[in-house]
Design a protein around this ligand. Structure first.
Ligand code: GDP
Length: 534
């Protein structure tokens, strides 16, 4: 039996029916369109087009800033829940812009699977490749959707080969396209021996589905013209000879991906993909933590913060911490322990994002994402439990790739600036380093656009005009190692030493050469480009 939930008969039904996943793709491949169709088939929105407006707003910079100011929109899109058949899908949004990749990396720590969307004419593009590497770091199962098959696309064998070569993952077709571009008719559903025909006239309609009794069924010829049918038979013969069958275990460990072909805009292939997510899952997985792992079926609730969104309402400095539940059955009003500070927290107004509306979450289960409004106590990487001191591991913080100095327009306001910067650092929007010598701050980001967004948010949310200026440093590395060695290292490199918002030691430099030199001269000191958030 292929049905993945059957592998864990011990899971409570409420947990076994949950599917928490993200979509990874290169901009323009069709993530927004696919999301919209998911919601449409999940019954969460009545009409296609509601998500679209947001997707297009992302495209231009000024609109993007406007969207960032309009926090409500981006937040409601951060995690969406909807039902599909007897399943509950939780779709966690990965920010589209490549400048926000760090946020994306952390988002991927909160999901059990990823849907990789590629454009049938373009194949594996750079951003897909980058995001895929992150999924690989976590051995996330990947389901692939090859989109835009209604247009001229590349040869299917070539696309599959490219995925296998570039991403080093085996591919097994779950469906097979019939015809290309204008002649694209639909797909042969390999998993269920069905013919799915695309309706070009009605983009929101589910495709016609015809049950087929193997490739020799005369019904095929009634719907598929002879040349295309011949090609389909040849192709499928080759698929059978050359490609591995769908093996759930290999998929679960991330070494094999099933691929569906379709056209999101024509609502074609989307249902089959959703069925794939439902059937092959996986269900909520075991969470790595210290000193022990967390199993989803444990009675007690445990969860961790993977994203913080601040100042959703500029009048109240509130924030929403997005928590992925790792175990148990959460009920509103529960008192949980904030493990980092050991303080109890009553969770009285948690929210869940059901499509475009925020709703009070009366209950939630392992696998779900809830938003917890708070005043800054909850930080990325924090764990909440019913009392046990467990810490979820594996939520990384990456060394920024761009550094700049920052100064308040009004020098008397530098305390305010510090407060604003610390808040953004806690939110994970930037790295903030305080050099051990001199005044001022060095801000580090992954993409240039983030400086502009930060400047605009500091001005908007704190009424503080700021100036970013070139920094003498270009790279940052966290400093680890045995105490005496690290202290000696700090003493002799003071002009390079800074502290991040957690007080951890950071080595700032201009040259890779410096980093190599440290590694040579201080064998007991380790410089790292990531640190675990805690
Ligand atoms: P995103 O940047 O990945 O979110 O991509 P969008 O969903 O915004 O889609 C990018 C563009 O491709 C838009 O103009 C869509 O209308 C178009 N698009 C999406 N899916 C399809 C498809 O199946 N076929 C065709 N021809 N165009 C599509």
């Amino acid at each position: 039996m292929l049905d993945n939930a059957k592998n864990r008969p011990d899971l409570p039904a409420e947990i076994a029916r949950r599917r928490t996943f993200a979509i990874i793709s290169h901009p323009d491949a069709g993530k927004t369109t696919l999301t919209e169709k998911f919601l449409l088939f999940g019954g969460a929105i009545q009409m296609a087009g509601q998500v679209r407006a947001k997707g297009e707003a992302r495209r231009t910079r000024s609109d993007f800033m406007a969207m960032e100011k309009d926090r409500g929109i981006s937040v409601s899109a951060s995690a969406m829940s909807f039902d599909f058949r007897e399943y509950r899908f939780n779709l966690v949004d990965t920010p589209g812009h490549s400048d926000f990749s760090e946020d994306t990396y952390r988002t991927l720590t909160a999901v059990d699977a990823a849907v990789m969307v590629i454009d049938g004419a373009k194949g594996v593009e750079s951003q897909t490749q980058k995001l895929f590497e992150v999924c690989r770091m976590r051995d996330l199962p990947i389901l692939t959707f090859c989109n835009k098959m209604d247009r001229e696309s590349r040869d299917v064998f070539e696309i599959i080969d490219e995925i296998q070569q570039n991403l080093a993952i085996d591919v097994t077709p779950a469906s097979w396209p019939i015809g290309v571009g204008r002649d694209f008719l639909g797909c042969y559903d390999i998993l269920r021996d069905r013919l799915e025909l695309m309706d070009r006239a009605d983009r929101n309609k589910v495709a016609e589905s015809i049950e087929i009794n193997g490739l020799d069924d005369p019904k095929l010829a009634e719907h598929v013209p002879p040349q295309l049918l011949e090609k389909l038979r040849e192709d499928l013969e080759m698929v059978r000879e050359l490609m591995p069958p769908l093996d759930i275990e290999l998929m679960a460990e991330g070494s094999l991906t099933p691929i569906w072909f379709g056209s999101a805009i024509n609502s074609f292939g989307v249902k089959e993909l959703m069925e794939g997510i439902a059937r092959f899952g996986p269900e909520p997985q075991i969470q790595s933590a210290e000193p022990r792992q967390i199993l989803p079926e444990e009675n007690k609730v445990a969860g961790f913060v993977f994203k913080v969104q601040a100042n959703m309402d500029p009048k109240h400095r509130d924030r929403v911490a997005f928590v992925r539940l790792a175990s148990g059955h959460f009920q509103r009003g529960m008192k949980l322990t904030h493990v980092r500070t050991r303080k109890p927290m009553s969770i009285t107004n948690p929210v869940m994002f059901l499509a475009s509306d925020r709703e009070l979450a009366e209950e939630a289960w392992a696998g779900d994402i809830i938003g917890i409004p708070n005043h800054g106590q909850l930080r990325i990487g924090d764990t909440l439990t019913e009392g046990e001191a467990i810490r979820v591991t594996g939520i990384p913080s990456f060394a920024p790739e761009l550094l700049q100095g920052v100064r308040a327009g009004d020098p008397l306001k530098s305390k305010h600036l510090e407060k604003a910067l610390m808040q953004f650092a806690e939110e994970g929007a930037a790295k903030v380093f305080k050099p051990s010598i001199g005044s001022g701050f060095v801000v580090g980001v992954v993409g240039q656009l983030q400086f502009e967004v930060l400047a605009s948010r500091i001005e908007l949310e704190y009424g503080l005009p700021v100036r970013f200026e070139p920094s003498q440093f270009a790279s940052a590395r966290w400093v680890n190692g045995a105490r005496p060695a690290v202290e000696k290292f700090i003493d002799t490199n003071k002009q390079h030493i800074a502290y991040d918002h957690d007080g951890d030691i950071v080595y700032l430099t201009r040259l890779q050469w410096d980093i190599d030199r440290v590694e040579r001269d201080y064998p007991e000191v380790r410089l790292t480009a990531t640190k675990e958030m805690m």
